[in-house]
Design a protein around this ligand. Structure first.
Ligand SMILES: C[S@@+](CC[C@H](N)C(=O)[O-])C[C@H]1O[C@@H](n2cnc3c(N)ncnc32)[C@H](O)[C@@H]1O
Length: 183
């Protein structure tokens, strides 16, 4: 099973109709669309990406699937979510997806980087409710990916969070899925 599918399966049990959830890197919109369909019309998805092209692609995907009404697309770095989310939902987020790396079929020079990724993960955890799920998919095959992967691994080792890990294959550069449950 693909890691993205595994990630969706993992978070599905912490999402109900009406949940508020976050996609920290909306990219082509696959995760955002999944979240939008999962929380239904009464729910809310906040989807971040720092790239115009990703915001455009995600909006297009949502509109084509008639799923855009419960999604707010935010063009910003995900380390800045505190500046963009309403304070009254802090501690109430049901699920968070973080799919790192570059935009597939896009500009491969725009990548997530260790320092902002670590800040984003730490802040995102604070916004989650107890029992909420967060998935982090880390790619190691591109320039800078290994450094980012090491930083994520170190962070998750230091924190006393409930985390399970899954790799696509056992190759040194295969992607890693981390599945976090908020205690
Ligand atoms: C692998 S793609 C995400 C795939 C996406 N979740 C999907 O379902 O299609 C990674 C995305 O991270 C975005 N990105 C890179 N640095 C970022 C940052 N600091 N804040 C937010 N998004 C960032 C890139 O623009 C790219 O679209």
């Amino acid at each position: 099973m693909r890691l993205v599918q595994k990630a969706h399966d993992f978070i599905s049990c912490s999402i109900t109709k009406g949940s508020t959830v976050i996609d920290m890197t909306c990219g082509n919109g696959i995760d955002t669309l999944y979240l939008s369909n999962s929380v239904k019309k009464s729910g809310k998805v906040f989807a971040f990406d720092k790239q115009d092209e990703a915001i455009l692609r995600t909006r297009k995907m949502l509109e084509e699937s008639k799923s855009s009404e419960n999604v707010e697309l935010i063009k910003a770095c995900h380390s800045q979510i505190d500046k963009h989310l309403p304070l009254e939902i802090k501690g109430l987020i049901g699920a968070i997806t973080i799919n790192l790396g570059y935009l597939p079929n896009g500009d491969h020079s725009v990548i997530t980087t260790a320092s902002t990724t670590i800040t984003a993960i730490e802040i995102a955890y604070e916004w989650m409710q107890v029992g909420a799920k967060m998935t982090i998919i880390v790619y190691r095959g591109h320039y800078g990916g290994d450094k980012e992967a090491m930083a994520v691994k170190n962070l998750l080792t230091i924190k006393e969070w409930q985390v399970t890990k899954c790799t696509g294959h056992e190759k040194p550069d295969s992607p890693i899925l981390y599945m976090v449950t908020k205690r």
